[in-house]
Design a protein around this ligand. Structure first.
Ligand code: ZN
Length: 320
């Protein structure tokens, strides 16, 4: 039987300025813009998808850049406060030097587990980011627009960190329904894994004393788990319903289909199919270059193109 959940599919955040967003994720972090579309639920904002060279599930960070006027959110309990990207252990020095060279504020390298170190930084909107350097990273490197050599490139998502009042109910959902195993447990941190490899981890921080997190600019909106196809998506949806949680119906996101639900700690979880992927409506060589609209908004292309801000891509910022 197929595994119903194979790991993280993508992480979606609410952002501010479109150009800053492009500069940070494609320039500083060296990811590829694999899709330029609009928020399917609110087409007056872009939806950017950043990933590896082909936009593989598990490498995808997506943002809704709503502009700088949007109220900032607050890290705290009931939210995903950190999104971690995965790199080989041998890239620590490269990234310390790179961030220093571009005057990016970051916390010094710390070790979390043997063979796993991390640097904490934030994007222009205050989104919590970790670069995790791990001996377990085996995904191939890539270089897009020449910002970062392939051996030091971000390989994809490593994990997301959920801050919760108490982790028990969310942990039970992960292990009983979403195919995860608890692979590390201390009082403060639990790590759940769909498979023991980067891109397949959910970390829960027990944070009873933290302030309540608030949505807004610089906050993760949801995390999406990957499921192989429409059939497994249907099966996992039925399991979630039997567990007593409600979900949305299946939504067509053009590059995958999705369902959404609130986990017991209040964080939005999505289940997204691995396919059809980002080459569904443009060639691999030109991914992200044109504004792609779903059929329901194609008739509003001229109007939306006037509202959406212009920006430069590929960017020259953060190029050595
Ligand atoms: Zn999503």
């Amino acid at each position: 039987m197929k595994k119903l959940i194979t790991g993280i599919h993508h992480v979606t955040a609410v952002s501010g300025d479109a150009q800053e967003n492009i500069d940070f994720y494609t320039g500083l972090l060296g990811m590829r813009l694999v899709k330029k579309t609009v928020n399917f639920d609110d087409p007056k904002a872009y939806h950017f998808y950043f990933g590896d060279a082909t936009g593989t599930a598990g490498t995808i960070m997506t943002t809704f850049p709503y502009g700088k006027d949007l109220q900032k959110g607050r890290h705290g309990k009931g939210k995903i406060s950190t999104t971690a990207f995965s790199l080989p252990f041998s890239s620590v020095e490269y990234w310390e030097e790179r961030l220093t060279a571009f005057h990016i504020t970051f916390k010094p390298v710390q070790e979390r587990f043997p063979g796993e170190a991390f640097i904490y930084l934030e994007d222009d909107d205050g989104l919590g980011i970790e670069l995790v350097f791990t001996e377990k990273e085996e995904r191939a490197g890539y270089s897009f627009s020449g910002h970062i050599p392939p051996e030091h490139s971000i390989r994809g998502i490593h994990h997301v960190e959920l801050w919760l009042e108490s982790p028990e109910k969310t942990g039970a959902l992960l292990t009983k329904i979403l195919n995860h195993e608890l692979i590390h447990e201390s009082y403060h941190r639990q790590r759940y894994a769909a498979t023991d490899a980067p891109g397949h981890y959910i970390d829960i921080l027990r944070a009873p004393d933290a302030m309540k997190g608030l949505p807004g600019r610089g906050m993760v909106h949801h995390v999406a788990f990957a499921t192989p196809d429409g059939e497994t998506q249907q099966q996992i949806m039925e399991k979630i319903h039997e567990y007593g949680l409600n979900t949305t119906g299946i939504k067509d996101r053009n590059y995958f289909t999705s369902i959404y639900f609130n986990e017991p700690g209040g964080i939005i979880f999505e289940i997204a199919t691995e396919g059809p992927g980002f080459t569904a409506d443009e060639d691999l060589s030109t991914l992200g270059m044109e504004l792609k609209l779903p059929a329901q908004y194609e008739g509003r292309r001229a109007e939306l193109s006037k509202i959406l801000p212009t920006f430069n891509y590929p960017t020259e910022k953060f190029k050595k």
